[in-house]
Write a protein that binds this ligand. Structure first.
Ligand code: ATP
Length: 515
């Protein structure tokens, strides 16, 4: 655990030191759970968004994009269920005056039990060595089986009491488990209450005519209310999708874990409109397709898993999360939800307008069903960034800090370094920058010894360093050094563009989805 925490702290400090993520309004001591993307962060974030957009919109002739406003008519949120049901169960500790999400307190308690299971597994692995069979061990070892049963009983009870809105039982569970406030160590809890996560604001100048608005808590509704507009003007035929990326806002109570859970964040969502009755096959299709997209970035298959929901949201008939192994464990990165006709039918009800599709093949109209894929851009950023940050031991006994970002989304693709600041080398390096910058984000760097510059670019995540030296004056070749392998090759300047393009082109990465 301490190790995990250490690693996560390193991720956060590296993100600041190398210009990826800053705390918002830091000079005013920051604003809790709000972050700014810095000079490198904005490039990485744009590149991830672009990689998603190309895969979802450009590569599918039946998916188009929109960019709806953050403000929406307030009745939208009544229809969607957010006004009545977008709540978190809260509990306060009377001694520390700290507020917690009651379900998270219980889940953290279960995580501790899971920690014990992992300890038992690690111990047994040591004891049995090569012949250790984890599957057999976890199903037969009485202590582990006991821990697992205990976790399951707790989670089932939590899910049931939340579903039944039995908040008294959630409190009873916290008390029975003897959960203490991490700050005060006391069990002096208030009752559990529901708290709505939407941020309210007002439209209009005068107090009496002002209209209460919400900052959207998800981008999806901007797609649903535009369903007919897009379908008609784009002459879209079912099945078809509408994609959107944009900001969403939630007044999260347990806002922690850096950019994993923020109050202002960005979503990348796609709503796929389908014929009722076909939702199962489309659900499977998008589960597979989205996992392929993740795997195409090469962060390691072992770092992903599906987590199917037992407790379904009010709008869903099937739902799964793609979970990623963050520095603090497996957590939700993307949601795939079969939303039925819930949203469109609700908007029909609240507007009195028909939101239907005339299916020529069936010769009838219906409210389409919807399959949603919804991923947090910031969480994807954290997944990529934390996975990339490595402390690598080198053969010569030294270590280097390297940010092994997939080159297709790395902020700077190449750094151009004159070996020395004289003899005409800077001029040649500048010329290379001038030539490459039409196609890629490149950087000129002449400060410090070249070894230090390599390390700096490694830590910033730049996949290639191009060094101009005295031989370049004679034969127009340069050294190109690859970040991950540290291999160096001598190549003609004229080949640089082709070489880099081959490694960073979106096409070459997205093609992996097909293999
Ligand atoms: P969680 O259970 O972690 O609160 P959720 O199930 O409420 O997430 P959804 O409503 O399904 O999340 O939103 C879709 C995606 O948006 C999530 O998979 C996640 O990547 C992202 N997301 C949701 N809330 C936040 C947040 N507060 N900060 C950053 N990203 C978020």
């Amino acid at each position: 655990m301490a190790n995990q925490e250490d690693r996560f702290k390193k991720v956060i400090s590296h993100a600041k030191e190398y210009g990826y993520v800053f705390q918002s309004s830091e000079i005013y001591d920051g604003l809790s759970a709000v972050y700014d993307y810095a000079q490198n962060g904005v490039e990485l974030k744009n590149n991830i968004r672009d990689y998603w957009w190309k895969a979802m919109v450009q590569m599918h002739e039946n998916i188009v994009g929109i960019d709806a406003a953050i403000f929406m008519h307030p009745t939208t949120w009544k229809a969607s269920g957010h006004v009545d049901a977008f709540n978190d169960p809260l509990i306060d500790n009377k001694d520390s005056k700290k507020r917690y999400r009651a379900d998270v307190l219980v889940e953290d308690h279960v995580a501790k039990i899971e920690g014990k299971i992992n300890k038992e597994i690690a111990k047994a692995r040591k004891r049995f060595g090569e012949s250790f069979d984890e599957e057999q061990f976890v199903t037969t070892n009485p202590r582990v089986v006991g821990y697992m049963e205990k976790s399951e009983i707790i989670l089932k009870r939590l899910a049931k009491s939340l579903e039944d809105e039995d908040l008294a039982d959630v409190k009873a569970l916290i008390e029975e488990l003897g959960i203490v406030c991490p700050l005060s160590g006391s069990k002096n809890w208030t009752d559990v209450k529901q708290f709505n996560l939407m941020f309210g604001t007002k439209l209009g100048a005068s107090a009496d005519s002002a209209m209460d608005l919400y900052l959207r808590p998800e981008t999806a509704q901007g797609i649903f209310v535009n369903f007919l507009n897009v379908q008609k003007t784009g002459r879209m035929k079912i099945p078809f999708g509408i994609a959107q990326t944009g900001k969403a806002f939630r007044n999260e109570i347990v806002a922690r874990q850096f950019i994993f859970r923020m109050r202002e964040f960005e979503q990348m969502e796609m709503q796929f409109f389908i014929k009722p009755g076909t939702q199962k096959e489309w659900y499977e299709h998008w589960k597979e397709e989205r996992m392929k997209w993740h795997l195409s970035l090469g962060l390691g298959e072992e770092n992903y898993r599906f987590h199917d929901h037992e407790k379904l949201a009010h709008y869903a008939d099937a739902a799964t999360d793609i979970e990623f192994k963050f520095p603090f464990g497996f957590k939700e990165l993307e949601g795939i939800h079969s939303r039925t006709d819930f949203d469109l039918a609700q908007h029909e009800k609240y507007t009195g307008k028909k939101l239907q599709y005339f299916d020529h093949e069936e010769n009838k109209s219906y409210v389409p069903y919807v399959l949603e894929t919804s991923i947090g851009l910031d969480r994807m950023f954290l997944a990529v960034f934390s996975n990339a940050l490595q402390n690598e031991e080198l053969e010569n006994g030294t270590t280097r800090v390297v940010l092994k970002l997939p080159s297709v989304i790395a902020p700077t693709k190449a750094a151009i370094l004159p070996l020395v600041k004289k003899d005409g080398l800077p001029e040649i390096a500048r010329k290379i920058v001038e030539d490459l910058k039409w196609d890629f984000n490149v950087q000129y760097d002449e400060k410090d010894a070249v070894g230090r510059r390599y390390r700096r670019q490694d830590a910033a995540g730049t996949p290639f360093c191009i060094t101009v030296d005295h031989d370049t004056l004679e034969d127009h070749t340069v050294t190109i050094r690859e970040r991950d392998t540290m291999e160096q090759k001598r190549v003609p300047i004229s080949q640089l563009k082709g070489l880099i393009k081959d490694q960073v082109e979106v096409k070459n990465w997205l093609m992996r989805m097909r293999s």
